[in-house]
Design a protein around this ligand. Structure first.
Ligand code: GAL
Ligand code: CA
Length: 343
């Protein structure tokens, strides 16, 4: 149990029509109780903590029906074994549906067995199990987004910026010297984003030269460290930084700040997610583009699906692909349209 970070958020929501005097009356109103268990791979991940925040907000906002909702959120802090134990606890605590953000997306079997043995529907989110695992049981679902689309969009946004500003090719050799900062190896969003961003730049007529790259596991501090090394290695040659998410793009900017580079000597940086810090960086011009990972859409889909599974109602207003997967579309964000995304 030691070291386990458990954040228990109990939300008791009595959603009744205003003229009925609340849930106290009890006898005349029948409330449906719903206990949702949420298991996160790592709550210090910026995008995940924002997405889970949206999920809780959506639950609060979902008034109109007589539902009493309790949410228990657990943080595996990067250990699959811890997460398996947490899922056991959530089931023992009486959860009627589980939302699981796997630590190791290739290792969901124990969780699937636990859910199936106890007949608790299972919604995976953000870290997509492989197709075979998604077929292990008929009460398994996935909610996320299409990695390829985010890579293509990052490439499009970057290509446009490069075409619009000839000075981004600092050494005027007709090529853009770039480095990449990648998410966790094995994550569905890491390699696919990089490959598609690079291909899209090339398809748009941008000649590229890769100088180097590094894995920074979605993490801002790790990205800063890796970037400091690459700046040491390639000096002023880096013209473009493609990061698999905003936190790593911001970590790369931190590296230039830490080394006291003047802003006019910075390369251009592109991220993915549109987290609040990412959007602020678009607004202040330090980040040239990002791709919005629709956390509100994903959260809303997860609320709708969780409720429908508990209440055994029809899955209305949800579009499934591959039978049990929901993918929310990404969208491009630059200084031109960032205000539409800022709160
Ligand atoms: C990605 C997101 C990253 C990170 C990762 C965690 O979709 O872009 O920032 O949150 O999921 O699985
Ligand atoms: Ca160049």
């Amino acid at each position: 149990m030691k070291g386990k970070k458990i954040c228990i958020m109990a939300i008791s929501l009595c959603m009744v029509l205003p003229y009925l005097c609340g849930c106290q009356s009890g006898q005349d109103k029948k409330t449906t109780r719903m206990h949702i268990g949420v298991a996160c791979y790592n709550q210090s991940d910026t995008f995940i903590s924002e997405m889970v925040g949206c999920f809780k907000e959506e639950l609060y906002a979902g008034s109109g029906d007589e539902t009493e909702v309790t949410v228990t959120c657990m943080d595996a802090a990067g250990s699959q074994r811890t997460q398996n134990d947490q899922v056991k606890e959530l089931i023992s605590a009486g959860c009627s549906v589980l939302c699981v953000n796997l630590v190791d997306r290739t290792d969901p079997s124990e969780i699937i067995d636990l859910a199936r043995d106890n007949d608790v529907p299972l919604i995976f989110f953000n870290r997509e199990p492989v197709a075979e695992d998604m077929k292990q049981w008929d009460k398994i679902y996935y909610i996320g987004a299409d990695a390829k689309q985010s890579g293509i969009m990052q490439g499009e946004v970057a290509a446009e910026a490069i075409k619009a500003d000839k000075n981004l090719d600092r050494n005027k050799d007709g090529k853009i010297q770039y480095v990449v900062l990648e998410g966790e190896p094995g994550h569905q969003d890491a390699i696919i984003r990089t490959e598609n961003a690079v291909n899209t730049l090339q398809k748009n007529g941008i000649e590229l030269e890769k100088l180097g790259g590094g894995i920074a596991n979605w993490n801002r501090a790790q990205s800063q460290n890796r970037m400091i090394q690459m700046i040491g290695q390639y000096q002023n040659q880096i013209e473009l930084v493609l990061a698999n998410n905003d936190d790593m793009a911001l970590g790369a900017i931190d590296a230039y700040k830490k080394l006291n580079y003047t802003e006019s000597a910075y390369p251009v940086f592109f991220g993915i997610d549109g987290t609040s810090v990412g959007l602020e960086a678009i607004k202040d011009g330090s980040l040239s583009g990002t791709v919005y990972n629709d956390k509100e859409g994903q959260a809303l889909a997860m609320v709708k699906l969780a409720k429908a599974l508990v209440m055994k109602t029809r899955l209305e207003g949800l579009t499934f692909e591959k039978e049990n997967c929901i993918y929310l579309p990404y969208s491009e964000v630059t200084i031109e349209n960032v205000d539409e995304y800022l709160p």
